[in-house]
Design a protein around this ligand. Structure first.
Ligand code: PLP
Length: 395
């Protein structure tokens, strides 16, 4: 990786070496089946239960409220399968800026006869509780709004959305894949019933994740079998991945505050250099200078996220030019970037096509350095200038 400047930490993160080390030792030494009734089985079971403690503690949950899954997509699918407890015709309210793991699961629910109401955000990407309330009717049983958006980094007012959902007798799920280990989360304090998280966004292994299910609540099991994970997810556990995910959660609990401060310093530096040195650049999402705390004392914007448009410059061309210089940034979320579709998030925010088509998502992480931010802006400046010159617009 050392040849690259990697500014796509919202897509995935470089696994922490401390995580790799514990996974390697687990793979080499702890091969027992966690269901086996002898030493190596007990040892594997202990590994899982320690990891569960670490994951639970990162979100203020009890250990038995955490189910290990294969990642955010599976957790989102399982959370929304709660709808299957209700008859057809019941409603689910979601935001229009959710990840495809939610939006495509909603399409499937609709094909089964459930109703889905989509709520638009404001022009900064914030989904407001008042708008959620307007979409709730007597048939609504569930509300799902992400904790932080994966494209523009907007952090949603989840406490007031959860309160609104509960006031109307609905349960509240949040996709916290972009928030877990990045901003502080206390599920009970925020009133969350179900929460999805993913390991590979917090320097843990790919194919690992969690679903928090508040005590007393049930969700259907997507994978039937031997009843592992307290009956919520069958199949022999991926012990090394769970060990690594638990370690990533433990490290995140310790380092979150300092990482967040560091990442916002790097992000703010890139933003201020772009705004002062590259003409006609606009920041999308919550303005950086207001991105500190909302009324719930949560950051309004993820600390490492910068989403910026350069007037007249095609975002895809710019990304390709930057890739040729070994710089990794993205034009949308990783999952949709390969088909280069218009961003449904920017569309829902009501941004005009010229802003959407000329945008880049830059997401810094704990391994980036200030030196990289400067090198990046120098190359970005030159690339924007070159594209504009080729297009005959000058700079
Ligand atoms: N939800 C959000 C908001 C995401 O950003 C992602 C991945 O980018 C996912 C869900 C899917 O998570 P995973 O890659 O762990 O399946």
């Amino acid at each position: 990786m050392s040849d690259y400047i990697y500014f796509d930490n919202a897509a995935t993160t470089l696994q922490d070496l401390r995580v790799t080390e514990v996974m390697l030792s687990c793979m080499n030494e702890n091969f027992g089946n966690p269901s086996a009734q002898y030493g190596p089985g007990f040892a594997a079971r202990r590994i899982i239960s320690n990891a569960r403690e670490n994951a639970a503690s990162l979100i203020g949950a009890k250990a038995d409220e955490v189910i290990f899954t294969s990642g955010g997509t599976e957790s989102d699918n399982q959370a929304l399968s709660y709808m299957h407890y209700f008859e057809k015709g019941k409603n689910l309210v979601v935001s229009a800026v959710e990840h495809p793991a939610i939006l495509n699961t909603c399409k499937r629910l609709e094909s089964f006869g459930y109703k889905v109401h989509m709520v638009k955000p404001d022009c900064f990407g914030t989904v407001h509780a008042e708008e959620i309330e307007k979409a709730i009717d007597g048939n609504t049983v569930m509300v799902s709004v992400m904790m932080a958006n994966n494209e523009v980094g907007t952090v949603m007012p989840v406490r007031s959305i959860a309160e609104t959902a509960h006031r109307h007798g609905c349960i509240f799920h949040t996709d916290a894949v972009q928030a877990l280990g990045i901003i502080p989360i206390d599920v009970h304090d925020l009133g969350i019933d179900l929460l999805s998280g993913s390991g590979h966004k917090l320097y843990g292994p790919k194919g690992s994740g969690l679903l928090f299910v508040r005590s007393g609540l049930n969700v259907p099991c997507l994978i039937e079998g031997g009843g592992q994970e307290n009956g919520f997810r069958s199949g022999t556990e991926n012990v090394p991945a769970i060990r690594g995910f638990g370690e990533a959660c433990r490290i995140a609990s310790e380092e979150l505050t300092q990482r967040s401060k560091y990442e916002s310093e790097l992000r703010n530096h890139i933003a201020s250099r772009i705004l002062s040195e590259i003409p006609d650049a606009t920041i999308n999402g919550v303005p950086i200078d207001e991105s500190y705390f909302n009324e719930q004392e949560m950051l309004k914007r993820l600390p490492g996220n910068l989403h910026v448009s350069f007037k007249g410059v095609n975002g895809v061309s710019l990304r390709i030019l930057l890739d040729m210089k070994n710089i990794c940034v993205s034009t949308g979320s990783a999952c949709s970037a390969s088909n280069e579709k218009h961003s449904h998030v920017l569309d829902a925010m009501g941004l005009p096509d010229d802003i959407t088509d000329s945008s880049l998502r830059i997401t810094v992480g704990k391994n980036n350095t200030m030196e990289e931010t400067d090198r990046f802006v120098d190359i970005l400046k030159e690339s924007v200038f070159n594209v504009r010159r080729l297009m005959g617009g000058g700079n």
